[in-house]
Structures are given as C-alpha cells and as structure tokens.
Ligand binder design. Structure first.
Ligand code: TYD
Length: 192
C-alpha cells in the first residue's frame, strides 16, 4: 500500500508520518518512509534553489517543476515494493498543488505512481506561515492560500481523507489512525 501525506508547509506531515509508522509497526506491518524532495543530488539542488532570491521568478519556478519531477523519477522503483507499506512525505500531488501550468506539470509527472490513499493535512495559510520559518520560497501567506485551494480541489481525484491540521499533534494522530484503519482492516484503537 502506498500512502501519501500532503499539505502546506507547517501542517505537521513529518511528525504525523513518524507516529503513523510507529503505530503500524506495533500492529505488525512493515513500513518504509520516503521524503520528497529526496536526498539525491537533484533533491539537494532543489533545496538550494528554494532559498535563492530569484526563486519566485517564472524561469526558476519552471526549473523547479522539472527538477521535482526528475527527483521523483529516481525513486520510482522503491514504490513498487509490495512487501511493505510505503508512506511518503509529499508526491507528484505537491507539484500539482505548488507548480504551474497544470497541464505541463501533469505531463511531466505522468509516470508518477498514484497513491492508494492520500492523507491531506489541511491547514489555513496564516497558521502555516506562523509555524514555519518563512525561509523557503513558498512559505508566504498569499502563495499558500492558493496551494491550499489547489489541494482541496485535487483531493477529489484520489482516494483521500482530509485531516484537520489546526488540531494538536495527538488529536491529529488519532484522526489519522481512524482514517487509515479501515483500509488496512484494523481497529483504530489497536495496540497503541
Ligand atoms: P518540504 O517538504 O517543506 O521540505 P522541508 O521540510 O525540508 O522544508 O518541501 C520543500 C518545499 O518544496 C515546500 O515548500 C513544498 C515544495 N515542493 C513543491 O513546490 N513541489 C513539489 O513537487 C515538492 C515535492 C515540494
């Protein structure tokens, strides 16, 4: 099973992924986690470029669109491992939400694997900006308002559970367990 976490910056994806992984392992599942951008050469380049002062220009935005797609291509084979549950921190759905134009981004990502379950951690942009350091290009309120809207529209195309990310860590974690449990045939109160 391929589970993808999406949401704007500061929604709490990495903390929730860690908690879900521990809970699934305690219930006997084998779990592997992935993060996009990855730690490949391309992923490192992406992180550098996100900090550039000209990162918001059209040419840099398009360059980033290409790099995110290329970085993702490098982990394609990992997603085929059916012996484990794969949980990913972001996916091509981030590109669809953050980059444009949409048709071009879709084309670039046409070989990307669709999630079996998308968990969208939904947060308003004001809270997002307050929770992040605002260093990355996309960490500004106006941009993130658009990204959030894009996510909510995109969610309709996938098997998706929307989680309210304005709640505290533990409430979110229990909401996520409740959302995931039926897909795996386990009860949300199991083990942990
Ligand atoms: P993020 O997950 O926030 O990494 P970190 O926790 O290290 O800051 O990803 C970095 C930024 O890249 C984030 O603002 C979202 C953006 N991004 C895209 O714009 N498109 C993509 O396809 C991906 C994967 C990320």
């Amino acid at each position: 099973m391929y589970i993808v976490f999406e949401g704007i910056d500061g929604a709490g994806k990495s903390t929730q992924i860690k908690m879900l992984k521990e809970w699934l392992e305690a219930n006997g599942f084998r779990v592997e986690t992935l993060v996009e951008p990855t730690d490949s050469e391309i992923g490192k380049l992406i992180r550098e470029m996100l900090q550039r002062p000209d990162a918001e220009t059209d040419k840099l935005q398009k360059t980033l669109g290409l790099l995110f797609a290329a970085d993702r291509m490098l982990i394609m084979d990992k997603l085929e491992d059916e012996s484990k549950i794969i949980i990913s921190d972001r996916s091509f759905i981030s590109s669809l939400a953050y980059q444009e134009p949409a048709e071009w981004i879709e084309e670039l990502n046409k070989y990307a694997k669709k999630p079996d379950l998308l968990l969208l951690l939904d947060l308003d942009s004001k809270t997002s900006v307050a929770r992040t350091d605002g260093k990355d290009t996309f960490e500004n309120e106006e941009y993130l308002t658009k990204v959030r809207e894009n996510y909510l529209k995109l969610a309709e195309n996938y098997t998706c559970e929307i989680i309210d990310a304005s709640n505290g860590i533990n409430k979110m974690s229990s909401d996520i367990k409740k959302a995931v449990a039926p897909y795996l045939g386990i009860c949300p109160d199991c083990v942990l």
